[in-house]
Design a binder for this molecule. Structure first.
Ligand code: SF4
Ligand code: SF4
Length: 436
């Protein structure tokens, strides 16, 4: 018997206890310092307990369990719902300092009826048997102007005719004006970004002319909730605005948003996707962000009412009392996610959409699929990425983001490592020992 290759074992933050997590066997335990010492000195007094939990294994048996779980994962993914992003325009009325699309070309061109028809015709054929929903993305998909609004209304109508839900990723500035149009469709959620309370947000996400946007976005959120449209509030965080998170949480609590079942939140880490940020020192690494959140949560527990950070699988484990299924692949691009834009191009996902050299084909004016590139995307997972093969955290990490990996190493069969062990040290420490 050997120590499993999939054990993730470390000391819990601010505690003498340790954790051991094994995504393949599906077990997780807290260990005393004494039990941990036995592991560290390779002198386990009650090995049967560890064998029963799948922490001590016969390597051949473990390999066959790995293969079985991998095949289950692939089978399950075939029936997962897919998310189809559609970009009606790359134009945007905001001038956010961190926008990764600010280098993209054709910003003033937008969608036509012909393109919308071609998009639906493509997805009707290509994804006929799949459960799916469409997400409108940009640029900004809720722009003003009669023509543009008619196109969005037509998109919603055509989706509705096919019983396909639509989600919208918007900066929120024209959300209030769009409510009547949105109410005509089947809206799964509206994702709106607020980067803090008024002063902070307005500095980071102003209009192109520099004017603030906070008040209009808040008005849009309130109206959307009143009209029973689900709102997913996204906060893009870096070192500049993280300290404002407690104030934003209190703002949302006071507004009554956090009590509304139609309201949820997500934290997005501001990171360098395709080109240099104006000020690189503002950016957090993933672990820096979660370390800072740990301290912020201890000092401002009200943040939890606004947002519960995942800390890899820690929150899931805490809330469900069990581990999630092993994650052989964390990048949905071309598997359960595709992106299409108004120029007729097809991409893997939101990270590559509109980026030169990343098109995987076209749906207009003719259907062309670059099968070799698509195959490469479809095959990427912790089994295909050599660097992931012997990684003990692979089934919690899933190999990370293909686009980030490609930007760094020039090809997608490269790892985008997540600091899983460190995230679990913090997350298990917070949720199991500190959270109110
Ligand atoms: S490449 Fe990155 S952004 Fe695109 S689907 Fe994969 S994980 Fe997501
Ligand atoms: S991307 Fe890095 S951390 Fe993630 S599974 Fe691969 S080697 Fe491990």
């Amino acid at each position: 018997m050997e120590f499993s290759r999939h054990n993730i074992f470390s000391r819990i933050k601010d505690s003498d206890d340790y954790f051991i997590v094994n995504l393949l066997s599906g077990n997780a335990d807290i260990l005393t310092a004494m039990q941990a010492g036995e592991i560290l000195s390779n002198n386990i007094s009650n090995p049967q307990e560890f064998i029963d939990r799948g922490y001590l294994v016969d390597p051949e048996q473990e390999k066959s369990l790995y293969r079985k779980k991998y095949l289950d994962f692939l089978d399950n993914r075939d029936t997962d719902e897919i998310q189809l992003f559609f970009v009606p325009s790359y134009a945007c009325n905001f001038g956010c300092f961190y926008c990764y699309q600010d280098e993209y070309t054709n910003p003033s061109l937008t969608v036509t009826s012909e393109i919308i028809d071609a998009f639906f015709s493509y997805i009707d054929t290509e994804f006929a048997s799949r459960n799916k929903y469409i997400t409108l993305f940009g640029g900004e998909p809720l722009l003003p102007g009669k023509n543009f609004r008619e196109h969005i209304a037509s998109l919603l109508k055509k989706a509705g005719d096919r019983k396909i839900d639509v989600a919208i990723v918007t900066n929120g500035y024209h959300l209030a004006d769009y409510i009547p149009i949105l109410k005509s469709g089947s809206i799964r959620e509206v994702q709106v970004t607020l980067d803090g309370t008024a002063d902070i947000h307005n500095k980071r996400r102003p209009l192109k002319n520099g004017l603030g946007t906070f008040d209009k976005i808040v008005e849009g959120i309130e109206l959307a909730l009143q009209h029973k449209l689900p709102v997913n509030l996204r906060v893009v965080v870096d070192k500049e605005n993280i300290k404002n998170l407690p104030a934003l949480a209190r703002f949302a609590i006071k507004k009554g948003w956090t009590k509304n079942p139609l309201f949820k939140t997500q934290l997005g880490r501001n990171y360098e996707l395709h080109h240099c940020q104006l000020n690189h020192n503002k950016l957090f690494t993933r672990i820096e962000l979660y370390n800072t959140l740990y301290t912020l949560l201890l000092d401002n527990p009200e943040i939890l009412e606004f947002h519960k950070p995942a800390y890899s699988i820690s929150k899931f484990l805490f809330e469900n009392g069990e581990l999630p299924e092993p994650l052989f692949d964390s990048c949905p691009g071309t598997k359960t996610e595709w992106a299409f834009d108004f120029t007729g191009n097809i991409y893997s996902c939101t990270a590559t959409v509109g980026k030169e050299g990343e098109s995987l084909g076209t749906f207009f004016p003719e259907i062309i699929k670059k099968d070799d590139l698509i195959d490469e995307w479809e095959n990427r997972d912790v089994v295909s990425i050599k660097a992931c093969n012997n990684c003990p955290v692979q089934l919690a990490c899933g190999g990370g983001c293909a686009s980030v990996a490609k930007n760094r190493e020039g090809n997608i069969q490269a790892p985008d490592c997540r600091p899983i062990k460190e995230l679990l040290e913090l997350g298990i420490g917070y949720y199991f020992y500190k959270a109110p």
